[in-house]
Design a protein around this ligand. Sequence first.
Ligand code: BMA
Length: 669
Amino acid sequence: MYTHTQSLNGKWSLRMAKERNQLPAFVPGCVHLDLMNAGVIPDPFDRQNEESVQWIHENNWVYKRNFQLDQQLLKCDRVYLECEGLDTLATIYLNGNRIATTDNMFITHTIDVTDHIRTGSNSISIAFQSPVQYVKPLIRKPGEVYWLDDAVPGSPFVRKAPYQWGWDWAPKLLTCGIWRSIRLNGCRGGHIANLFITQNHSRNRQIRIHVGGTFERFGEGSPEAFLVLSAPNGDILAQHKLSALEATFAFPPIHIDDPQLWWPNGYGEQPLYQITVSLLVDGRPIQTLRRNIGLRTLRLEQRKDRWGRSFAFVVNGVRIFCKGANWVPADSFPSRVTTECYEDLVESAVRANMNMLRVWGGGFYEDERFYDLCDKHGILVWQDFMFSGGCHYPTDEAFLANVSREIIQVVRRLRHHPCLALWCGNNEMEWYIWAGWIPGNQKQRKADHTKLFTEMIARTVKREDGTRPYLRSSPCSSVEYETPNSENEGNGHCWEVWHSKLPYRAYREKFFRFVTEFGIGSLPHIDTISQFARPDNWNLTDPIFESHQKCEAGNSLIAYYVAQDFRQPKDLPSMAYLSQLVQAEAIRCAVEHWRRNRRRCMGTLYWQLNDCWPAISWSGIDYYHRWKALHYAAKRFYAPVLLSAVERESRVDLHVTNDTRAPFCGLVR
Ligand code: BMA
């Protein structure tokens, strides 16, 4: 909260850059949603409509609105235009003056507009260049950059969510627009940025909290900062005042005796303490920053042991078996993801006894609502940075500077969240390079990866956070380019079942230390199918079914796996049902095996929790949030105490896996 804020969300107008005709638009939003609301395009998720809307991303688009300036803003020393999300290649004009250009969807752009605003009526317009047109000259040059075969070419050149360029579960829908809130912030006297909160835990259960930050002064007046720490029940535990704020400041440490610790789901409660820092200038409130924090220690144990090297998260001194799935963006059009949607998905994860989600590196950094929910429910977050497998990124100075800004901002935004467990450089890039799947000069490929992920991002994360583990790529081992995806150390992505058609019982022959990906596809519920295909098209080989299945050969793989356990289904609804049973059974088989091998394996995150459109994919919850059989099964195979059975030749072995911190005694019947 600032001295004065004027929201610019709401009604805007939209036009194609080369045309005059204006359409009503809504911010936050995007071009596809506005065109859909105006009746210009059909729902891209229905039937094969995706194909008929590809012209949108070939074009440039302009958003515009007029607004009456809030008079209070004119009394401020500085006024900033804060754009929380511009997707992506934007030029911003205020009252006809070009004030900024942006090229990163993932960060907030803050522009000093003090000299551009005026009393009364103002106009703002934001022009978005087509990412496809932008990359055209770049992709013509044969070069270092590489991208997935079946995606729209050129994604690595633009800091825009990779999945929107097409993925093996996502349509090609490269939207653009003002996808997060936009506002004017007026400040007096100065403002606080870069608030940093750390905690030290001592052996005698005492915790010291350090709160510091940076202060930028402008204008006259004497600034002071106040800190209030409140307990989870709202009681005020400590207050401090800092007079004469310096550019870098730190409050005296706060001691908390007898702290209430924050635990992952299934291991204890999630008490959240609150830190409020207020800035006052000449006694007048200017800015208030609030952060919920959880008191916990967290480390990633990677210690030599009899199987190689462990890979286990240790929270408050307790080794946690991480149970969860991979989170992908909940919509192809991210501005449409509502609070209810986040709640529903995160709460579904909790109901299935999960305690970790991996925010996979081909989407975007989620907003506060997601991480707040994970804090509240004890869902640890494995956070990838947004660089995705099968791609190779530029390493020129401008690109590196852009990425550096992004990493700094994302880390500063998210580092206070207790849920955040690990930063990871990228999805599968090191593995792809190691396996030789990215053509080109291999030495250069390795050097580029090292420069970006082993050096630059690692350094930045250490400087801006330094309290959490960083992994340069998923999967990787302890030594760069030495068997990433090893079963002896590091984490693993297990894809021989499905992509190489191994029967799912082959999961039992794999002994990863921590499995961050494994999955098997299925059809969604028939009600979901009905939302994109009419009964006349209910056939796995129908073009509509092929277009909602983005994994090459995916539908035949589904039929193949169904045929392993069942007979040929009599119709499509039966195929949908059986495909889900097979998926649930396969993932159960895998998870039970890895949980039986607790200690050797300390985590299973299956691919994938959710969907970004009505897809035929590996998800356990479909786009409309209907649970597939897998998610119901997850509730059981992720139960804190698990009974599982393994068939041996002439006998069955029963195993009990106990994830709780208490002994378990029971009767098996
Ligand atoms: C992994 C993921 C995704 C992909 C999935 C299914 O490799 O990281 O890139 O969608 O497998 O193929």
